[in-house]
Design a protein around this ligand. Structure first.
Ligand code: 5CA
Length: 440
């Protein structure tokens, strides 16, 4: 991508409305724009990061056996009357009427709709277990939308829904998502700790929130500090192994970890004082097992091996991609801007032409840009005629992991500089060496 033809509206000044660093940096880097309170456009740079986050989420959902579909944002009130949540949900639900005066709503979550899809076609235990997910916009008329897309009114959610014949089966489905979440957040460069959590309007008894420790987090959390170094389940985790997944769950729930709603001070006091971590955190995922809470009132049942009909046991599993992007920034930035983990960086490499219009600089940059693009890298080429200082500041601000800098003096020697955004380390090398470093 040539920066001269891209759309990346950088802000020079710090926006006054932004209270936390991720919000400030997302606005300054031209990633998002607020359209009305708590409702955001994702501009091209932000959209790239969001897409990469979603690709990792999707990959791990698929690995764990979940199947992707797509459900609409607008739902009919009738479905929610069946479960009893239409009245229970309160003011967070945006209620609307269509031209025939039929009550509709912008979905805050999809338990009812997915249960309706399930009951319309699944009739036998032989079709279980089943886990259906989508990545879709939601709307919750939050009383205090704030911190940019961290807590917005319209936001994106990956929501998965599992169906099993028995409670034991549902626990295995829960453990699959539990392990998939540990892997997902790790691939996003985050350390998320599962904590016992309150179930709120989704309901049920078993629930974990996945929390990232950050000073700007909205939740107060308490946990054993050893979680910070626990091993993440590997790529070859067998998601069909009931014992294997139970062992992962048992290990990751063996030490104290709870959000303030579930906090038990006496139990926390039993943790040796030096091992206690009481901190603030950001909830990036939340998983629930709620048994037959929706399947019973909505009549979602299958025939079991005993020939009788059974209401299915369900769970739901949410991740917030539009919250994850600022959460990653909270965890990874410096005074100059964002430092993206390579897995979600909007571009892999930025090529900085320090003197656009200078033949040797232009030729060198074009050569590098073409070679790296051909090798499958996402490359941003800063071919604008801005001052070098402005270009460096922009590259640092948008956090691309590698900068290849071509200035007239180095280029005259057949050389460029390669800078690592995270460490700041700079290395001078031949043009060929710079290309070869990133072409596997
Ligand atoms: N149906 C269940 C799971 S599919 C559910 O709705 N769970 S939730 O309410 O906990 O939301 C799931 C995830 O969505 C949260 O962990 C959070 O990451 C994200 N999320 C929730 N509300 C917001 C919001 N207002 N802004 C941004 N992300 C949000």
């Amino acid at each position: 991508m040539r920066l001269s033809r891209y759309f990346m509206p950088i802000l020079k000044e710090n926006p006054k409305e932004a209270e936390i660093v991720s919000h400030r940096l997302m606005l300054r880097a031209g990633m998002i724009r607020q359209q009305s309170q708590g409702i955001y456009s994702w501009l091209p740079l932000g959209k790239r990061v969001l897409d990469k986050v979603n690709a990792i989420i999707r990959d791990e959902q698929n690995r764990a056996g979940a199947i992707e579909l797509s459900m609409p944002t607008l739902q009919s009130a009738e479905l929610w009357q069946e479960s009893g949540r239409y009245d229970a949900y309160g003011k967070e639900m945006l209620r609307i009427k269509d031209r025939q005066d039929r009550p509709m709503l912008y979905g805050p979550t999809n338990e009812e709709m997915v249960t309706d899809i399930f009951r319309s076609s699944v009739k036998s235990y032989k079709d279980l277990p089943l886990n259906l997910y989508h990545i879709q916009l939601k709307f919750r008329d939050e009383i205090r939308p704030r911190f940019g897309t961290m807590r917005s009114r319209e936001f994106m959610m990956k929501d998965a829904y599992s169906f099993d014949l028995t409670r034991e089966g549902a626990e295995h489905s829960y453990n699959k998502m539990f392990a998939a979440y540990l892997r997902t957040f790790d691939r996003l460069g985050l350390r998320a700790i599962p904590m016992r959590a309150d179930t709120g309007p989704i309901g049920g008894k078993l629930s974990h929130e996945f929390i990232i420790l950050a000073d700007t987090g909205e939740s107060e959390v308490f946990c054993h500090k050893d979680f910070v170094d626990f091993d993440i389940p590997g790529e070859h985790t067998d998601f069909d192994s009931v014992e294997g997944l139970q062992a992962i769950f048992n290990k990751w729930t063996s030490l104290y970890a709870a959000t303030s709603e579930m906090h038990d001070q006496a139990a926390f006091n039993a943790v040796p004082e030096g091992d206690r971590l009481s901190a603030r955190g950001i909830e990036v995922g939340h998983i629930f097992y709620f048994g037959t809470k929706y399947s019973e009132p909505m009549g979602a049942k299958v025939q079991g091996p005993d020939g009788k009909e059974h209401f299915v046991h369900m769970g739901s599993y949410g991740i917030g991609p539009t919250r994850l992007v600022p959460a990653i920034i909270e965890a990874s930035h410096d005074d100059n801007g964002i430092i993206w983990p390579a897995s979600v960086a909007p571009f892999d490499i930025v090529v900085i032409n320090m003197k656009a219009g200078d033949q040797a600089c232009d030729d060198t940059c074009e050569l590098i840009y073409a070679a790296l693009t051909k090798a499958g890298k996402d490359v941003l080429y800063d071919d604008t005629d801005d001052r070098a200082g402005t270009k460096f500041a922009t590259a640092d601000l948008i956090g691309v992991p590698v900068q290849i800098i071509a200035g007239p003096r180095a280029v005259a020697n057949g050389e460029v500089e390669v800078k690592d955004r995270k460490t700041g380390a700079r290395e001078t090398m031949t043009i060929e060496a710079a290309i070869n470093r990133f072409v596997a």
